[in-house]
Ligand binder design. Sequence first.
Ligand code: BGC
Length: 762
Amino acid sequence: MKKYSIITAMLTLILFTPSYAQKGSDQKMDQFINNLMSKMTLNEKTGQMNLPAAGDITTGQAASSDIGKKIREGKVGGLFNIKSVSKIRTIQKLAVEESRLKIPLLFGMDVIHGYQTVFPIPLAMSCSWDMGLIEKSARIAAQEASADGICWTFSPMVDIARDPRWGRIAEGSGEDPYLGSQIAKAMVKGYQGDDLSKNNTILSCVKHFALYGAAEAGRDYNTVDMSRIRMYNEYLPPYKAAVDAGAGSVMSSFNEVDGIPASANKWLMTDLLRKQWGFNGFVVTDYTAISEMINHGLGDLQEVSGQSLRAGVDMDMVSDGFLNTLKKSLENGKITRAQIDLACRRILEAKYKLGLFEDPYRYCDDNRAKNEIFTTENRQASREVASQSIVLLKNDNQLLPLQKKGTIALIGPLADNKENMAGTWSVAADFTKSVSLLSGLKDALGNDAHILVARGTNIVNDSLLNSRISIFGKPTYRDTRSQAEMVAEAVEVAKKSDVIIAALGEAAEMTGESSSRSDINLPENQKELLKALLVTGKPVIMVLFTGRPLALSWENAHLQAILNVWFSGTEAGNAIADVLFGKVNPSGKLTATFPQNVGQIPIYYNHKNTGRPLPEGAWFQKFRSNYLDVSNDPLYPFGYGLSYTKFEYRDLKLSSTQAKGNQIVSANITLTNSGRYDGAEVVQLYIRDLVGTVTRPVKELKGFQKIALKAGESKSVTFNITPEDLKFYNADLKYDWEPGEFIIMVGGNSKEVKSAKVNWTK
Ligand code: BGC
């Protein structure tokens, strides 16, 4: 018996221990897992690979529930979106005291932009271009989530998105692969820290692998079809950056890649992710992504579950496919025992690294939640990130910052609203604790100015649409008065005021999952309100709540000031007030292009030139790549955002215009704050590769620095460019650079840049 188990253990070690062991990683872990796996039955192994939905299970129900039964039988590897230490402790207890092998469960959650202290939506945070703050937001999220029993987050979401119709653009970092990669790294670091086994770090899960943001027509879950060269150069870099940063898990996306859904795509999950990128964590599918492959037309549950395992997927979220079909597939020779062992092993490794085998209740410290969640410091951090994420889109005649005096009319359906401040995917938020804009303004103003409030209109007038967006405890409270009545009241209020703040835009759930829009204008009833307010002749500042770029051509043409506040999180009202009254000078810069109209989509700054480009500044020219009815320009380009002060760029100089090999070329520019306020500017470096063996974008972001300058101050800003910055994937998907001429551009957004040329030889 003893001899048998030694042989089995050795065989297991030789056959099923993947490359990490060869790389000399934790031998103690390998021994532990080898030993554990030698005791596991097939069912217990597939049990680890099962991540069922727990529903809204209460602590009392846990033991008697169906899930409870499955846990005792060793048929569950983890659960998700359950919170609170007491609940998680009760459920964990079932696993470690009542199941045969006492293997602890993973407890995951969609901790996307903060936990109870909600930070701005990810798209907003990316506009801060501040990696330190973004990392800090993830750190705080991990601290709070882990204090509530969670050890695994389904974040960062790093899908590149160029289509604002897609509601999930709100959850990512916009359109740029370089910036997206930096943010992916910062977030993984923030969640995981440098030691996963600490009780305040959590396992991250980079998602949705891959290309989910490229769903056709911006319709969620829709087909994706893309060339390899575009994947490698434009869509894959942020996932890779997260993997390189050590993300412990990856979530497969719903969409297909090259005609095969991601969850059954062996090229994606094994050849690329593991062999090329060296990922050694585990892959979990997205919610029911395995069973959805039946609808994709790949076969029945038996078939698609086997395909998924063979592709390299380790854990099945909610489909019950691995749990219920793999045994038969094994008997039929469709899959191998080694494939099951490998998947099971990867999940056990994650549990080991989190320290769960040592202490399954590591994340269940009863004392932590009350001291570490929603603390004053955390809220302060959220307020800071929020004020840094706000983007000033228009500010004619320096209407902003507002002075704290006179009478201010605060008008709009989002003026006094808490539920929608947190934005989409704020699972752990307590909306009653969010700061509304009205309350933020009142706090900031004290007795210095008078505020008059009117609702003006509903978010949307269509009651069916309203019901579709009033979900997840974020009602949009429809006022039953008529539009005319509400507008009339607002106009009266406006007339008595010196300035109007119009709090308009989307409800939180107009973006996020399954919230695509074919029309990305401000709802017509809100525009009507704006028109009525403009007639009063009072200056109008639109404070815009949105989870996506909107088509704001009309608003841009008619309003004096537009402050895009996205969904700023728990401290929304305070952060917006900080910016409105100039306590914080806005420095946010857009990370997704705002189109002039929906017909321009997809529109992104790093596009190709085409064979018939429109000359810079031109509108229509026959037989050029353009439209009859709208120019090619965006309304607000990538990288754009105003400040209360003025920044000037002068004297772009390269250290050399003839470079060779691995030389460093420095690009230096003088940045001056020539306005009246202290402020910060995100200085952006773009490069264009003029001639290539494949077509290259008209410019690509390759660096940025956020520079704080006092009014009147100047600073010389330097970027060191190396051939690493010139590399791209060529037609053979080889990552290298090609000699030739490059245009180096530096500026405050992707359109307004100073440029210089360098000739770089090998
Ligand atoms: C979403 C994922 C999320 C998962 C678990 C899915 O519907 O696409 O982003 O992590 O649900 O809640």
